[in-house]
Write a protein that binds this ligand. Structure first.
Ligand SMILES: O=P(O)(O)OC[C@H]1O[C@H](OP(=O)(O)OP(=O)(O)O)[C@H](O)[C@@H]1O
Ligand SMILES: Nc1ncnc2[nH]cnc12
Length: 178
């Protein structure tokens, strides 16, 4: 079995969570297996280092599951880590964007000045479904005058077409079938 097939086999599947009709894909079993977790991080780092001619300045992680990957990747790349948080969680001046995701509406915030104009960013999250969350993070990066090099996910749900909402290429290790 390939590494990616092994990671895919570990994904948890929870029908009708958190709402009826949503097939929730759970990445936590991958993180509970230290070898699988290391394999996942190695794949993502290899992808970043072989795709981009310059290293990113900033890894932007999305609240909350993007926080499980973002700081590890940032440390290994020597990049900054910047969190995008759900509304009302960050102190000081913030930029705000409202968005729609697969199972509801939400609000993302980023601290003003966290990303400098011209910096090159990679957005990291566990999963892209409709693309609403990742696109909202991209908007916050654009408001900072910075550039999104790529959007990076463990899992994508290609049948929902989320990638089409994004303003930069995206990469996901695992493509879920409907
Ligand atoms: O592509 P979309 O339709 O926008 O959906 C994807 C987003 O939904 C989930 O986060 P959620 O808002 O549930 O937050 P959590 O990580 O705190 O559970 C997931 O971690 C992504 O961030
Ligand atoms: N189907 C899904 N599984 C896990 N997280 C999600 N976030 C949005 N849709 C999701």
């Amino acid at each position: 079995m390939s590494d990616v097939a092994y990671l895919k086999s570990l994904l948890g599947v929870h029908p009708d969570f958190p709402k009826k009709g949503i097939n929730f894909l759970d990445i936590f079993p991958i993180l509970r297996d230290p070898i699988a977790f290391e394999t996942l991080i190695t794949h993502l780092l290899h992808h970043i280092l072989t795709t981009h001619s310059t290293k990113p300045d900033v890894i932007v992680g999305l609240d909350a599951r993007g926080f499980l990957l973002g700081p590890i990747l940032a440390l290994r790349l020597g990049a900054a880590f910047v969190p995008v948080r759900k509304g009302g969680k960050l102190p000081g001046q913030v930029q705000v964007v409202k968005y729609e995701k697969e199972y509801g509406v939400d609000e993302f915030e980023m601290q003003a000045g966290a990303i400098q104009p011209g910096q090159k960013c990679i957005v990291v999250d566990d999963l892209i479904a409709t693309g609403g969350s990742a696109a909202a993070a991209g908007e916050l990066i654009k408001k900072s005058g910075a550039q999104t090099l790529e959007y990076l996910f463990i899992v994508s749900l290609p049948f929902l077409g989320g990638e089409a909402k994004l303003d930069a290429p995206s990469y996901s290790l695992i493509q879920a079938e409907d």
